[in-house]
Design a protein around this ligand. Sequence first.
Ligand SMILES: *Cc1c(COP(=O)(O)O)cnc(C)c1O
Length: 385
Amino acid sequence: MLAPSVIEAIRQQLCGYATLAIDRQTGQRKERDFHIEWLLTELTGCEAATLVNNNAAATLLTLTALAAAKEVIVSRGQLIEIGGGFRIPEVMAQSGARLVEVGTTNRTRLSDYREAIGENTAIIMRVHPSNYRVVGFTADVPLADLAALAHERRLILVDDIGSGALHDMRRWDLPEEPTVLASLKAGADLVLFSADKLLCGPQGGLVVGRRELVERLRKHPLSRALRPGKLAILALERTLQLHLRPELVDQTIPAYRMLTRPLDHLRKDAETLATRIREAASGVEAGWRDDVSYMGSGSLPVCEVPTAVIWLRSKRWRASGLSKKLRLHDPPVIPRVEHAEVILDLRTIDPADYDVVVGAVSSVACPTCPVGGSDSQEQEGQGRR
Ligand SMILES: *Cc1c(COP(=O)(O)O)cnc(C)c1O
């Protein structure tokens, strides 16, 4: 979900003319990601930045341009797979770089990296385990130590931090996530991250860091194939502008607004909404309770954010059937099913959409409406309760 001001900028762009690739001072052609680069230097202290279609593309481009036919050292604890089957070792193979694995799943030491460096090594790469945690008997190497080793041996240190937090998440009582700034400060030469996770921009992948390296990526033929369209560039530019005012981010960016809504507001709204649903949708039992939300999308995997949820039970439909009807409603409402209940998480619903939710539940649960239609699945559970 993009911020309303970002959507308005896109609307204007679609209706008018684009100055994307022109330097208005000189009238000359310029890099398309010129403004984005300037904003990221302000936000993260980087020298240079470039945007591609997603972080997978950023990884592929970085490895291809800087390490094809060379070796890249990665800890075995960081050879991750993220959603949709994106696997670090497979991207590495695609780039033509040779993966050199060091350490073990739970423990990797600086000496493991040191011993793996050879004549053909180009990069030491760290990958943030975005969507899982290894706990217990574990050890990994602080980024600053990796940076010292890499630079002593004239290697490039690449840090794939995944979710791309621009601010310390503890500011909003959320668990710490690696920030772009901290990674650059610790000595990473290039930092890779998604534009659409904690940054809340359009789909995109950012590479920020040393100018000379970013220029090598820009000049590589693959960068043309991976470059985003002008609407994505504009959406990112406007989203980054919102991040320049971190104290307002929990108001200007919808996901942050939802993440930071106080629990007592959610509880109060849950109670009101459950009552409205009971009144509007006969045949549905509804109530509310406390629960937890998860961030998902490769950020904060073990973080439980307190929330209030509404539970629904129908006398007529099983939870899976009721949930399917809500998904097929126009506009769709996507709940989760837990045990025999349909669950609506208030932290994920904009108050502006409460009426839509009540309307959807009452229309799909209507007891006098004819059962079924062509889809026999919808009839499951009929008469069983
Ligand atoms: C999410 C993620 C990626 C892939 O990012 P996309 O923008 O979805 O391609 C790569 N590396 C890490 C560590 C991630 O968390």
